[in-house]
Structure formats: C-alpha cells, structure tokens
Design a protein around this ligand. Structure first.
Ligand SMILES: N[C@@H](CCC(=O)N[C@@H](CS)C(=O)NCC(=O)O)C(=O)O
Length: 206
C-alpha cells in the first residue's frame, strides 16, 4: 500500500492522479500548509525539503514529483505510462521528464513562491514560462501525446502545470495545440476523479 503525503491543489495532485490511473491501493495524509505541517520535524525526516509530494514506497520515503512518477511507471509497467527501457521512445521520455523538473517545475515554483528568490524579475520569468508553452505547442502539433503516441507521465505532469497557469497572464489554453491536447486530457476519468477528490472545480470543465 502506498502512502502519499500531499496538500490539495499542489504538486502532489499529479501523484494522486497517477495512483488513480494505476488503480493501486493507497492512502493519503493531507498536510495542513497553514499550520506549517510540511516543515514539522516529523515530516522533514521524510522530506528534508519540506515540500510535497512524498510517497512512501515499501516503507521508504521518495521525494521529487518527477522521480516519484518515474518510479511508479517503473513499478507498474503494465500501465504503459512510460516507454520500457530499450524502447525507441525511452530517450525522449527521459529527456522530457528531466526537462520538466529542471525547467517548468523550477520556474513555476519561483512564480508561486517569490519569497524563495527575492528580486527575481517576474517579467523575465513570465517570458521564460511562456517560452516553455511555445516549445510544447510546437511539439504537440500533429501529435496526440507528448511521447510517441501514448499517454505517459510527461502528459500527466505537464497537464498539472497547465492548470497552474489558469490565473497567469497567458494561460496554457492560449496555445492552440496545447488547448487541443488539454481537451483530451480533461476527458480522462482519473483526472476528473482526482479533481473531485481534491475538491477542485475551477479548471477541469473550463
Ligand atoms: N521540487 C519539488 C517541488 C515541490 C513543491 O514545491 N511543492 C510545493 C507545493 S506545489 C510545496 O510543498 N510547498 C510548500 C512549501 O514550500 O512550504 C518537486 O518537484 O516535488
């Protein structure tokens, strides 16, 4: 049984979503950010960064959203959420997963947690974030999914990030190929279910 430490509407949502896609048993411990539960001594022992998500896998904590998604894909290969090692699409999958962690995830963190980097130029940051969608939009032209012709962890993580743009100056739906891809993603029962379970109605039907 997996145990997810999370907070509603945050990065833990994509892990919650993937657990539903995998249809595996799990439990969730919701952390109360308002009381700083993510910085408590007990939680810092699980995740020294004091952030969510953390997933307990066979008794051991695993942190970092991308790493958790990749690990789950590896542990449940029958779900097909990643190309198998040796498959021709595997390098592209690895490349996009690492790009998501280094690029968009890090930049979105700066956007929402300005206190992490006081003095950061928000206009430059906005340009950088919009550049990510330019790149994804060009890649999605003529494709159904980000990697090969199959849903993968790249689509899941990117879709969560697309929701995070809903109040940004340019939401991800401004890009036509991204908007078409999001239409497919929003129809997925597990995505609709995770939104219902986390009490989110602000974007899923937009
Ligand atoms: N690099 C981490 C970042 C995770 C992260 O920033 N999580 C946010 C929620 S989206 C968080 O826990 N924020 C609480 C805090 O920083 O105190 C990952 O990819 O998992």
């Amino acid at each position: 049984m997996y145990r997810l430490y999370g907070s509603r509407s945050t990065a833990s949502l994509v892990v919650h979503w993937m657990l539903l896609e995998l249809d595996v048993p799990f439990e969730i411990e919701w952390l109360d950010f308002d009381s700083g539960a993510q910085k408590s001594d007990g939680y810092l022992r699980l995740n020294p960064n004091g952030v969510v998500p953390t997933l307990i896998v066979e008794g051991a904590p695993v942190a970092e959203t991308g790493a958790i998604l990749m690990l789950l894909a590896e542990r449940h290969p029958q779900a097909g959420l990643a190309p198998q090692p040796g498959a021709p699409e595997r390098p592209a999958w690895l490349q996009w997963m690492v790009w998501l962690a280094n690029g968009p995830m890090a930049s979105f963190r700066l956007w929402f947690y300005g206190e992490d980097a006081p003095g950061v130029d928000r206009v430059a940051l906005q340009t950088r974030i919009e550049g990510y969608w330019d790149r994804v939009d060009a890649h999605l032209a003529g494709r159904r999914f980000m990697v090969a012709d199959a849903l993968s962890t790249v689509d899941l993580q990117l879709c969560m990030l697309a929701r995070w743009t809903r109040n940004m100056p340019r939401p991800a739906t401004d890009w036509p190929h991204v908007a078409a891809w999001l239409k497919t993603m929003r129809a997925r029962p597990a995505l609709r279910e995770v939104h219902a379970r986390e009490g989110l109605s602000d974007w899923i039907n937009a």
